[in-house]
Design a binder for this molecule. Structure first.
Ligand code: NAD
Length: 531
């Protein structure tokens, strides 16, 4: 229900949470039946959800997950947009994105932290500076994910110009304080961000327009941003990328009245934008693909050198994934913001030596407006997640928090996703498309006793391009929760370390040798009484 809170979801009436058509349940009838089943579910039962529809309640046991979810899975040969969306239109499946269909979306804060983490890694790698002061970024898309870009940039002290065709997306971000202001035209927008960057002052500016118009114009004028990217929902071209000359409403009509003609225009516009990004890149602007499958769509639209734009994971995030670090989140089931504030303070005390973590927690506490249930997210690694889980469980037990806390994570994580255009692009051993890992990850979370576990296809980069898994575990203050967390919150980042060790990353191998799990051939000594 929190996923579909009007403050959280993009289009709750149609059960759409974020990321193009990422949904929480197949239809309202399925939603009602899921809620009905959860209300009566016993502690030794497990509800099965098949692509957003409840299909059975089976006897299991106390420490088994209460819900198992599989969304959008399709046999590989049939895993094309055409087949999938046809099956979806016939009511047989549902697109679950990553955290939409796995019920742990927390609004734009989730992507905010990821974008913040990516851009701080970019600042270090590209400009040898700890933040983005004195720099400005050009990007597009102020939707559920893309809306995080302006705030992530300003949190790092930089300036951002973000283009969106939909004036409502701009309004929504202004009202949530994710965006500072709106410019009436390109001239004003450019002057605002350039002035702010020259004064090393943070500022984010939204501009109503089409990226395929605005990017080439900026390039033509020879005005160079420091960074360029795109965060339209390009992974799903039918609805996620609006062609030049169309409003959102006109696009909706054209999409059904003339689907082929419409798609041609989508592809032509996307190609124009991609060529502008490449031209900016050749002039020294740092360009990157931020996980929306923009490059593959551009290549398929005739831009043969689209993959000259680097992906953000190999370039900026992989070193974090390699040591089991990734996005990790928790939600106050009380609905009380003070519960999150108490956990923030606990982190600042207990994890005080982790300076980037503490910097983020302080900034988030100050800048992030909650959507729906109060929640917090950060990057946390192997070992720390487990420790954090126990600390929170103790706070629930001792009454320091007013209700249980749901602890979960994005599917975009260290050991939980195979996605060759994003998380597993350019793996050291070439194992980009190997999808055994997310399945092992989900099975391990089930074996460990997460509260609910999900496996999805197609999140982030679209149908045919990814397989990924997620989990949530509820800290209710019980001893049982401690036992379950000791397994789940250890194993989940652990398999991320194992996956990267297997691919040959030296830091992962080194960490695996010291870890509380074993990798045959790398760390053979039993570390528990497993004999
Ligand atoms: P969304 O559908 O909520 O928003 C997309 C926005 O793009 C809309 O506001 C739309 O008006 C705008 N838009 C579309 N075409 C445009 C154009 N030509 N010019 C300007 N604006 C245009 O999507 P979202 O939830 O914000 O997700 C965006 C993308 O990010 C998706 O492809 C998603 O899969 C991807 N994503 C990336 C990550 C990551 O970690 N990098 C995580 C999750 C999702």
């Amino acid at each position: 229900m929190n996923n579909l809170d009007p403050e959280v979801a993009r289009d709750p009436d149609h059960l759409v949470v974020y990321g193009g058509r990422g949904k929480a349940a197949r239809d309202w009838n399925s939603f009602d039946r899921i809620v009905g089943a959860l209300r009566t579910l016993g502690n030794e039962e497990t509800l099965l959800v098949q692509s957003g529809k409840p299909v059975g309640v089976f006897p299991t046991h106390r420490e088994a997950p209460r819900v198992l979810i599989v969304n959008a899975m399709i046999v590989p040969r049939w895993a094309t947009d055409e087949v999938f969306w046809d099956l979806e239109a016939r009511g047989l499946t549902m697109y679950g994105q990553m955290t939409a269909g796995s019920w742990i979306y927390i609004g734009t804060q989730g992507i905010l932290q990821g974008t913040y983490e990516t851009l701080s890694a970019l600042a270090r790698a590209e400009f040898q500076q700890p933040d983005l002061r004195g720099r400005w970024m050009l990007s597009s898309g102020l939707g559920e994910m893309g809306g995080a870009q302006p705030l992530a940039v300003t949190m790092l002290g930089g300036a951002a110009l973000i283009v969106d065709v939909d004036p409502r997306a701009i309004e929504r971000r202004l009202s949530k304080r994710y965006l500072d202001r709106r410019a009436p035209d390109l001239d004003e927008a450019l002057s605002l961000v350039r002035q702010a960057a020259s004064e090393r002052r943070p500022l984010s500016v939204g501009l109503e327009g089409n990226a395929a118009d605005v990017y080439p114009e900026i390039e033509r004028r020879g005005i160079l941003p420091d960074i360029v990217s795109d965060q339209t929902a390009a992974h799903d071209l039918r609805v996620g990328y609006i062609p030049v000359g169309y409003s959102v409403e006109r696009a909706a009509t054209a999409r059904t009245s003339d689907p082929d003609g419409y798609m041609k225009q989508v592809r032509a516009s996307l190609a124009t934008e991609a060529r502008a990004i490449l031209a900016l890149q050749r002039r020294g602007v740092r360009a990157f693909d931020y996980g929306n499958n923009f490059r593959a769509q551009a290549r398929d639209s005739g831009v043969s050198d689209a993959f000259d734009i680097p992906g953000y994971v190999p370039r900026y995030i992989r070193p974090l994934f390699a040591v089991g670090s990734g996005p990790f989140r928790w939600v106050a089931l009380s609905g009380e913001a003070e519960d999150i504030a108490r956990i923030d303070r606990m982190i600042l005390e207990e994890f005080s030596s982790d300076l980037p973590l503490c910097r983020w927690i302080r900034l988030a506490a100050e800048k992030v407006a909650f959507q729906g249930l109060p929640a917090r997210i950060c990057y946390m690694g192997y070992g720390d997640r487990e420790r954090f889980g126990h600390l929170v469980n103790r706070m629930v037990r001792d009454g320091e928090l007013s209700a249980p806390i749901a602890i979960g994570r994005d599917h975009h994580d260290t050991g939980s996703v195979a996605s060759p255009f994003r998380e597993t692009e350019a793996m050291k051993d070439g194992s980009d498309a190997i999808a055994d890992w997310p399945i092992l990850n989900a099975l391990l979370s089930v074996a460990g006793g997460a509260s609910w576990v999900s496996v999805h296809h197609g999140g982030g980069t679209g149908i045919g391009n990814s397989i990924h898994a997620g989990l949530v575990i509820v800290a209710d203050g019980s001893d049982e929760a401690d036992r379950r967390m000791a397994r789940v919150l250890h194993n989940d980042p652990g398999i991320g370390v194992a996956r990267h060790a297997d691919a040959g990353y030296p830091e992962s191998i080194e960490l695996a040798r010291r870890a509380a799990f074993r990798i045959p051939g790398i760390s053979d000594e039993p570390k528990s009484d497993s004999a």
